[in-house]
Write a protein that binds this ligand. Structure first.
Ligand SMILES: Cc1cc2nc3c(=O)[nH]c(=O)nc-3n(C[C@H](O)[C@H](O)[C@H](O)COP(=O)(O)O)c2cc1C
Length: 300
């Protein structure tokens, strides 16, 4: 009843663990069988290992959090050698989330992953573009399209472009990615945020600013999913602030084919199975199928 197909890949349910909030699943696998998940998006991988930003890298904020982890990871070769073989023990869709600081870097990572058994690539374009003064790739439609094209050329796997919400018109970026050959759009990545310690007058995060996620951002995320669903023909994976089944159902109604759970997994590792059950109960109680609710919003 909960099955969904995205870019020809079968998901047993529409709930996916979001990148960066689930690592490579190792800690969670000690608590439950990861095969209950529709999919897992791995921690963003760069070409070379990265140590990430200096601490403090996390700040709490009402109904949400700020992070400036800075893409700490072991690099794509380590992902391929040690993490992917572990994840392949589970019957769930594996999505490799990739990040680069130049377009060539994205292309090289995509090429390396093309030869593996990952099911899909998710391209994080919220990263700073070092050749353009550190502005995120995903804030400019042409550059977002250039990243899409570069990755597209190097892989036969379905390419999911993961959009940054820190833009004026999200539909412009989504359309540019679609025209450049993306197979799917996922959104939203974190919003840029900040907190200050009033005793020291110093920003709480060492990096001054960071990514804002969690329950508080849900209305922004839902609005963007709705707008993008109306702007492109591609399948959409929604995320941002989903904590309960109710919000996941809203995202599906707004047009998402699947929903990722991020910050909610950090506070409650069992959030995915609770949300899966809440969706299933809603469908049973209302005598509906998943297919029937996807994109069923009745705009005013
Ligand atoms: C600690 C942390 C690390 C993250 N790392 C990544 C990452 O490596 N790549 C990426 O595309 N998104 C990353 N994200 C963004 C999430 O995948 C997600 O898009 C965002 O947090 C919004 O969803 P949520 O409100 O459910 O957390 C990270 C988020 C958090 C909180």
């Amino acid at each position: 009843m909960l099955e969904t197909k995205i870019c020809g890949i079968n998901f047993k349910n529409p709930i996916i663990a979001a990148s960066g909030t689930f690592g490579y699943g190792r800690e969670y696998a000690e608590m439950y069988d990861l095969s209950i998940l529709g999919g897992i998006s791995t921690k963003g991988t760069t070409l070379l290992p990265r140590e990430g930003n200096l601490p403090p890298r996390i700040a709490e904020t009402p109904n949400g959090m700020l992070n400036s982890v800075g893409l700490q990871n072991g690099g794509v070769d380590k992902l391929i050698e040690t993490e992917l073989p572990f994840l392949k023990h589970f019957d769930t869709v594996i999505i490799a989330n990739i990040a680069g600081s130049t377009i060539d870097e994205y292309a090289e990572i995509a090429e390396k992953l093309d030869a593996t058994n990952v099911d899909m690539l998710e391209v994080n374009i919220s990263c700073p573009n070092v050749k353009e003064g550190g502005v995120a790739f995903g804030t400019n439609a042409k550059i977002a399209a250039d990243v899409t094209k570069a990755v597209r050329l190097k892989t036969t796997k379905p390419v999911i472009m993961k959009l940054s919400p820190n833009v004026t018109d999200i539909t412009e970026i989504a359309r540019a990615c679609e025209a450049a050959g993306a197979d799917c759009i996922s959104l939203i990545n974190t919003l840029l945020g900040m907190r200050i310690n009033i005793a020291t007058k110093r920003p709480i995060l060492h990096n001054n600013v960071g990514g804002f996620s969690g329950e508080a951002i849900f209305p922004v995320a839902l609005r963007m999913v709705f707008q993008v669903a109306n702007a492109v023909k591609l399948p959409i994976i929604g995320m941002g602030g989903v904590v309960n089944g109710k919000e996941a159902i809203e995202m599906l109604i707004a047009g998402a084919c699947a929903v990722q759970i991020g910050t909610a997994i950090i506070t409650d590792p069992f959030a995915p199975q609770r949300i899966i059950k809440e969706i299933s109960d809603y469908l049973t109680e209302n005598n509906l199928t998943l297919k029937e609710i996807i994109g069923s919003v009745v705009p005013n």
